[in-house]
Design a protein around this ligand. Structure first.
Ligand code: C2G
Length: 449
């Protein structure tokens, strides 16, 4: 019996894929099809895949050509599979000609003719209108957002808003954006969705106005300053059938997603303790981050990412939360928060005026996971055990400024009319805002001298 293997993403399965699979099957008696996993595709730069791995596997099975479907998860797997399954032929489309010659050492490599005039990329382009995005606010993060957005297909930056027209104009000029304004309504008229990167105190009213105007919203952290505000906004988005997503960039990066699945699958046993730290000393105290009237301080600036980690790992049902802060000029330059769950505890340490190691340690009954500083730009972590021979290190790519992953998820939610993201559900985002609100109410805080 001659065995054939082929690999692909098979997004929006089309005639080109069918022809390829038929020809591959005709090469032998038994066809194995390797379908790329979502994380493997993300890693190899395929950010715009529309169907998830389960949908893509189902589509391949439905063709009737595959005798067996496997998942391709890592570089180098092809060599392992060919040997493991005793493969005679490795088949792939002619667009890859030459690139898999190294497999000739293990089996015969056949490049099959690619079907012209059709591709997943074309189908994606045809089935989607461009999402015109308006940028609200022109600060540091907005400047990083623009180049990142060009990595995500289907997204165009159509307008930029700043209450100061000259600043809006400068930003538009710098990034080649055709429209700029100091009038929010005008920005909404030019766009389908907005990215809100304005100072914290404007988030609530700007999200509300955008949703009322029928625009999808991606909002920088913190999405809101109290749980009630966040809940109102998510309720409004649901009522309007619009996407509202908190731009918690770590929640969307590939390494973090994998870390979470590993931790949740029990590789370190039951999680009993989570410690996350984030500190950033800023050059001068005149900045917005130190301005009480602009909701500055360590908690509003730095807590959202640490709280995201705690809530994704331990859930939203904590029984108590306490804060310890060091204040300067009306804002907390250092805060440590302790969250108590019935099964675990969590500590977050935040500093705008106190420097500390910015790592994340997740401790469990069988071992622990360490994400070294800067943990929030997750690209590497280590799973550690009592027996250090069992320790394992995981490396991932974290491309550019890492905002492309959240932008891709935002676009995918809009295209697929998906109202929530498993990466950060509305109730989790509300819980984060609620903890920030509890802190700001002051009732749970001890001030350090
Ligand atoms: N294909 C084709 N004709 C098209 C489009 C695709 O013959 N018009 C072939 C490709 O050459 C490939 C298969 O269909 O053999 C799957 O294509 P994709 O889903 O685009 O996957 P790809 O990125 O090529 O993945 O590591 C190699 C990858 O696993 C192959």
């Amino acid at each position: 019996m001659k065995k054939v293997i082929t690999y692909g993403t098979y997004d929006l399965l089309h005639q080109g894929h069918l022809n390829l699979l038929r020809r591959a099957k005709e090469l032998g008696d038994y066809l194995i099809v390797g379908v790329t996993s979502d994380s493997f595709d993300r890693e190899r730069g395929k950010l715009n895949v529309r169907n998830n791995v389960l949908e893509r596997i189902e589509a391949v099975k439905a063709t009737g050509y595959a005798d067996e479907v496997i998942i391709e998860e890592y570089v180098g797997q092809k060599i392992d599979d060919i040997q493991k399954y005793n493969i005679d032929y490795f088949a792939i489309g002619s667009d890859w000609t030459g690139q898999f010659d190294y497999l000739n050492e293990y089996c015969k490599v056949v490049y099959l003719p690619r079907t012209e005039g059709i591709s997943s990329t074309l189908l994606r382009a045809e089935s989607q209108r461009e999402i015109r995005v308006g940028i609200i606010g022109t600060g540091r993060i907005a400047n990083r957002f623009i180049p990142e957005s060009t990595c995500v297909s289907g997204v165009t930056i159509a307008s930029v808003f700043n209450p100061d027209l000259t600043e809006a104009e400068q930003f538009a000029h710098k990034h080649g954006i055709e429209h700029h304004t100091n009038n929010l309504e005008e920005c909404f008229n030019k766009t389908d969705a907005v990215y809100i990167a304005s100072p914290h105190i404007y988030h609530f009213s700007q999200i509300e106005q955008a949703l009322q105007s029928g625009k999808h919203v991606l909002c920088e952290i913190p999405l809101a300053l109290t749980g009630d505000e966040a809940k109102q906004l998510y309720d409004l988005a649901a009522k309007k059938g619009l996407v509202l997503l908190e731009a918690s960039k770590t929640a969307h990066c590939p390494a973090w997603s994998h870390l979470l699945s590993l931790a949740k699958s029990g590789i370190i046993g039951d999680i009993v303790d989570v410690k996350a730290s984030l500190s950033r000393l800023l050059p001068d105290t005149c900045m917005r981050e130190f301005d009480e009237s602009q909701a500055g301080g360590s908690v509003t600036e730095l807590a959202p990412l640490c709280l995201m980690a705690v809530i994704k790992l331990l859930g939203c049902n904590y029984s108590d939360v306490r804060f310890y802060s060091k204040m300067q000029g009306g804002v907390d330059i250092f805060t440590q928060a302790q969250l108590v769950f019935d099964h675990a505890v969590a500590n977050i340490t935040l500093g705008l005026g106190v420097k500390t190691e910015g790592n994340l340690v997740i401790s469990g009954t069988k071992g622990y996971i360490l994400v070294p500083s800067p943990w929030w730009l997750t690209n590497y972590f280590e799973v550690c055990y009592e027996d250090i021979n069992k320790n394992k290190k995981y490396f991932y790519s974290y491309d550019g400024d890492g905002l492309r992953y959240e932008i891709q998820e935002f676009a995918s939610m809009i295209f697929n009319k998906r109202m929530d993201s498993f990466r950060l559900y509305p109730n989790e985002s509300i819980a984060i805002a609620d903890i920030i609100g509890k802190y700001r109410s002051g009732s749970k805080t001890t001030i350090l001298k």
